[in-house]
Design a protein around this ligand. Sequence first.
Ligand SMILES: [Mg+2]
Length: 265
Amino acid sequence: MWESIRGLLVDRDGVLTCSPGNVPLPGVLPWMKELQHHKTPFLIASNHTLSSPDEAVHDLNRVGFDVKLNQILTPLCVLMEYFKRRNPGNVFVIGTDLLKNYLKDNGIQLTQAYGAQTVLMGFCRDLTYQEMSDALTAVHINKADFIALHQNRLFMDRSGKLELGLGAWVKAIEYATGVQSLIVGKPNPFYYEIALNRIGLRADEAVMISDDPFGDLWGAKQIGIRTVFLTSGKYPDSMVLNQLTVDQKPDLVMSSIKDVPTLLV
Ligand SMILES: [Mg+2]
């Protein structure tokens, strides 16, 4: 497979770092240095939404990754690209203050649920039943567009325990309203189109490497990107792939990104 690959799209949590403490996984820093030494095109394609793209770069720099702002893509970057193409009007946000401030700084008008043309959901531990009901009303009664930053099923918290991902809340609103959300993060093909554009490669020249075969890899595969599933993250047992059909399964399974070749054609 590797002979036709020219660049890498690389997930962050569970691939480069582990969530509790943002610690680089074993062997990953030297692997990344080698990748950069060979000038192999790569983009960190993350669904991380709890920090701004600038902060995400700062967090990676702080633990030893020498990466720049144009080498990381998050749903917030993709969301702004989407809003450039389609004006969201007044937006009701369920999410962190960071998300709300990021939107305001980028000229997006925020509002309460009543009168919203768009409902945007990001991950937020302080989410309330009232906010969920407000979002339901805006989408179901007022026909607001329903957008979510991603639909990750679950993640590991700082103590290593599993927590419900944003996807669980998004599915609750979808179930109640019968309205399908637009997901701006992985696995939306639009996310991958922006990602490929950033590294200047066609889908068949890139590979997506991730520890999430549901939230990440299946979407990449659908637009012709080859996929590698790593067991270094949230699913240490590759038996999880049995939940996928044959055409959804990743092309390769590896235990760590440090086994991925750093010098490509
Ligand atoms: Mg991950």
